[in-house]
Design a protein around this ligand. Structure first.
Ligand code: DCP
Ligand code: MG
Length: 375
């Protein structure tokens, strides 16, 4: 079967954590609700329901700011075990339609249903059924997108959120993509979108006026991807076996760490926790590099990484993490709100299909693409 004939469904739950919380506590229905850390502890919003979004509250916003925007906002502590349970229930439903499931996070997955005989082979009917069953079984609404590839299926699921269903058939692709704003493209973050805007590129149709060579000259390796995406081409397969590429954790401190000593003092604890987490997966992954992340009080941030050295006492050599953290901090020498530490992994069981599952809490929109996370 050629790639152009594939049928991909992208499923994404609506305001996932918040939806689960509201299901658990119906008194919250209709009120602005968020899940995240408290403002007093300098927490951030993981997500919020659509009522709260009306006030401008969104994921990754400082909770203190969210409360300013929406004084009635109820901020609940996350219950990850519960979200995992709901996620498992959803996957159970997905697996009735195909074995080719690629989870992106707890609430989001690609399904390749090209060879499924359910619903007479109609991906649209399958998506409709999945939505109905998900609602019935878990009590939450999901949005779904159906398209010939992953890129378009993901755009489609986002199109009519919440409780949306959007189908992009192969004959709609050309026209649909031509009008699609470039900022909807996987991998185009704010900075790239701005650069493109300066070049007069707003939509994928505009991208098509540029040759492959010109795009590569302007955007490097990503130019090629732009060339393809702007024509609705995305041959990435749905990958079932999701493997980690890194393991990391981070801490936001209640009060800023004022100086170098305060930063360094936090390193051993971070490394200890990292060791503990690695213990759980050490049979599956080897460590190749270590890295740190420093977010300053003004929200600028920097990361540094290095390969293991010969003289290190091991991958979790505290002195090595000290040095790395210090060097990162010296880039700005400002008070710090958050520190992170992590290791890059080599998959011992499966060297193919390795995909990033970043463990820093929070979703990062990077210029290289959307990375989702898990805890
Ligand atoms: N999440 C998080 N931190 C972020 C983004 C997301 O903790 N910066 C968590 C909370 C979300 C879940 O991941 O409920 C799924 O992320 P989505 O981006 O799919 O967001 P939602 O499902 O909450 O909302 P939407 O209806 O926009 O999909
Ligand atoms: Mg979602």
């Amino acid at each position: 079967m050629s790639f152009s004939q594939r049928k991909i469904i992208h499923v994404d739950c609506d305001c996932f954590y918040a939806a689960v919380e509201i299901r658990e506590n119906p008194r919250l229905r209709g009120r602005p609700v968020a899940v995240g850390g408290t403002p007093e502890r300098r927490g951030v919003i993981a997500t919020c329901n659509y009522e709260a979004r009306e006030y401008g509250v969104h994921s990754a916003m400082a909770s203190a700011r969210a409360v300013k925007l929406c004084p009635d906002l109820e901020i609940l502590r996350p219950k990850f075990d519960l979200y995992k349970e709901v996620s498992r229930e959803l996957h159970q439903i997905f697996s009735d339609y195909t074995g080719l499931i690629e989870p992106l996070s707890l609430d989001e997955a690609f399904l390749d249903v090209s060879n499924s005989s359910r619903c007479h082979g109609s991906a649209t009917l399958m998506a409709r059924e999945i939505k109905a069953r998900a609602k019935e079984k878990t009590g939450i609404t999901v949005s779904a997108g159906v398209a010939p590839n992953k890129f378009l299926a993901k755009v489609a699921s986002d199109w009519n959120k919440p409780d949306g269903l959007m189908v992009i058939t192969p004959d709609m692709v050309d026209e649909f993509v031509a009008a699609l704003p470039v900022k909807k493209l996987f991998g185009v973050g704010k900075a790239t979108a701005k650069r493109m805007g300066k070049l007069g590129i707003e939509t994928c149709g505009d991208v098509r006026n540029w040759s492959l060579i010109e795009l590569t000259r302007k955007f490097g390796i990503f130019g090629e991807r732009l060339y393809q995406l702007s024509r609705g081409i995305d041959d990435r397969p749905v990958v079932t076996n999701y493997r980690r590429k890194s393991l990391s954790l981070e801490h936001t401190y209640n009060e800023d760490l004022p100086d170098r000593d305060a930063v360094i003092a936090k390193v051993p604890l971070l490394v200890d926790e990292l060791v503990e987490r690695y213990q759980r997966i050490k049979d599956e992954y080897a460590i190749t590099k270590r890295f740190v992340k420093v977010k300053f009080a003004d929200f600028t941030q920097t990361t540094m990484e290095e390969p293991m050295g010969q003289s290190d006492s091991g991958p979790f050599d505290v002195q090595a993490f000290h040095r790395l953290m210090e060097t990162a901090w010296e880039r700005a020498e400002k008070p710090v709100r958050l520190l992170g530490a992590g290791v890059r992994l080599r998959d011992l069981k499966n060297n193919d299909n390795a995909q990033q599952l970043d463990l820093f809490p929070g979703r990062k929109q990077t210029e290289a693409g959307n990375e989702k996370w898990s805890v």
